[in-house]
Design a binder for this molecule. Structure first.
Ligand SMILES: C[S@@+](CC[C@H](N)C(=O)[O-])C[C@H]1O[C@@H](n2cnc3c(N)ncnc32)[C@H](O)[C@@H]1O
Length: 226
């Protein structure tokens, strides 16, 4: 197993590469954990609040991945989502080539995706938004590599019913922020992504997930170096 290296330098924030960054849900969490964040997306992302590079994520990580202390990748999930399969839309599999490019960097990394991509991911850890106090479940899977692993917080039982998609949240219910969901401001408040549009919210991981992972990266690597 690759040994993590000391990533916190005396006067610098460690460098985080945020591949497939979209509007920056993951980025906000790594920033809060203490990383200096650079995002890469194939599309312009004017709402991304950190250093941004427009381009292909795999090409970028092949060229620059080794310059970063930790790498997060959220390849688009459309290939795996049920709706897209029903509509017979064909999307490229980006998980395998992203993993190959990450492994070649020699740096620690995580690949995030939806539950429908479980078969493509190796021993993923599941994070649930209810574990972080949100009123949604939003399960996301995280495969780790390059010597990094992490444990999730305890997964609470799903006791609150889910409001049907597209309807306003009923009292005491949890919501599902996918598709053309209703209640953008409520979703912003719940997932703590106040700068995002509906499109960004639909795609994002809650910053709390990345903050949890980022804090573990720092603790793990500092512990190794101590
Ligand atoms: C699921 S979203 C990422 C969400 C983000 N991690 C967050 O937490 O807000 C996937 C993003 O991948 C981008 N994308 C798709 N193909 C790409 C490629 N080849 N290189 C870079 N970005 C790409 C899309 O434009 C989209 O913004």
């Amino acid at each position: 197993m690759t040994q993590p290296t000391l990533i916190r330098r005396a006067s610098h924030r460690p460098r985080l590469l945020d591949l497939y960054c979209c509007q920056g849900g993951a980025a906000a969490g790594y920033d809060a954990a203490g990383f200096d964040v650079t995002g890469v997306d194939i599309n312009p992302q004017p709402l991304y609040p950190h250093r941004f590079v427009q381009g292909d994520a795999i090409e970028y990580v092949r060229e620059h991945g080794g310059e970063f202390d930790f790498i997060h990748a959220s390849p688009p999930c459309q290939r795996y989502s049920r709706a897209q399969k029903i509509q017979h839309r064909d999307h490229p599999d980006l998980i395998a080539p992203t993993r190959a490019a990450l492994e070649a960097t020699g740096r620690p990394w995580v690949i995030e995706n939806v539950e429908e991509a479980a078969e493509q991911l190796r021993d993923p850890v599941t994070l649930c938004a209810a574990a972080f106090g949100m009123r949604t479940y939003r399960h996301r899977l995280f495969e780790t590599g390059g010597g990094f692993t992490f444990a999730p917080p305890p997964h609470p039982a799903h006791l609150a019913p889910l409001t049907k998609m597209g309807r306003p949240r009923a009292a005491g219910h949890f919501a599902h922020y996918v598709g053309n969901f209703s209640g953008v401001q409520e979703a912003r408040d719940d997932m703590r992504v106040p700068w995002m549009t509906r499109d960004g919210i639909r795609e994002c991981i809650p910053p709390a997930y990345a903050q949890w992972i980022g804090a573990t990266v720092l603790q793990t690597l500092l512990a190794v170096a101590a």
